[in-house]
Design a protein around this ligand. Structure first.
Ligand code: G3D
Ligand code: MG
Length: 209
């Protein structure tokens, strides 16, 4: 398994976005290690590979920093995205307006036009977190998504609840599924590094689904 296997493995690129503090990095490493990790604000991006139930195929998950100053750089990751995962802090009602604005902005981009969307309604372990139905209304997802395939998955990166279901849903929704190989992923990785993006990790990972 991993980047150095002799047979090219097909990869679907999953772009994971969301405001800073939504729980993206915690979630990624909860999936990877099945334990909580202490995170620092992501400057640049993390990249991890997940296996899927489809033999010889995997997901490459790009966890891109969500701080305000990082958001203009999100667009550099749009190319070849097979599914967009947008992580929301369902408990922080004060940032819902900002969340909605950023999500709308991302979905307007022509290169993401037909890309399916999975919203991970994170932090469901906290009392007062919005349910998926409430979140869909607050983010105006039905209108925003139009005929785009989309789904809202409740989860908690702290307990792990709902994460595998969320990524199973990603696999289910993939349209341009699994067309790329690990060589393509390595090329993209090099190009982004060449543009001066900081990368925090790139390691092969776990089984999902
Ligand atoms: P980001 O990568 O989206 O910026 P992080 O977010 O993964 O760095 O998480 C930001 C903070 O939210 C972290 O707390 C993390 O522990 C917390 N967090 C992430 N997911 C959950 C969750 O599902 N439930 C709860 N209760 N907290 C979560 P700190 O205190 O380190 O800032
Ligand atoms: Mg992060």
């Amino acid at each position: 398994m991993g980047l150095h296997s002799s047979k090219p493995r097909r990869q679907a690129q999953i772009l994971m976005l969301g405001l800073d503090g939504a729980g993206k990095t915690t979630l990624l490493y909860r999936l990877k290690y099945n334990e909580s990790v202490v995170t620092v604000p992501t400057v640049g991006f993390n990249v991890e590979m997940l296996d899927t139930a489809k033999r010889g195929a995997g997901l490459t998950v790009w966890d891109v920093g969500g701080q305000r100053k990082m958001r203009p750089h999100w667009q550099h990751h749009y190319a070849d995205t097979a599914c967009l995962v947008f992580v929301v802090d369902s408990w922080d009602l004060r940032r819902l307006g900002e969340t909605r604005k950023e999500l709308h902005q991302v979905l307007k981009c022509p290169s993401l036009q037909r890309v399916p969307l999975v919203v991970l309604a994170n932090k469901q372990d906290l009392c007062g977190a919005l349910s998926p139905a409430e979140l869909s209304l607050k983010l105006d997802l039905r209108r925003l998504c139009g005929d785009r395939a989309w789904f809202v998955q409740p989860c908690s990166a702290i307990t792990g609840t709902g994460l595998e279901e969320g990524f199973r849903r990603v696999v289910y929704l993939l349209k341009t599924a699994l067309e790329q190989t690990e060589e393509d992923v390595k090329d993209k990785f090099k190009k982004l590094k060449g543009k001066g993006f900081a990368v925090m990790t790139m390691k092969p990972v776990l089984r999902c689904g």
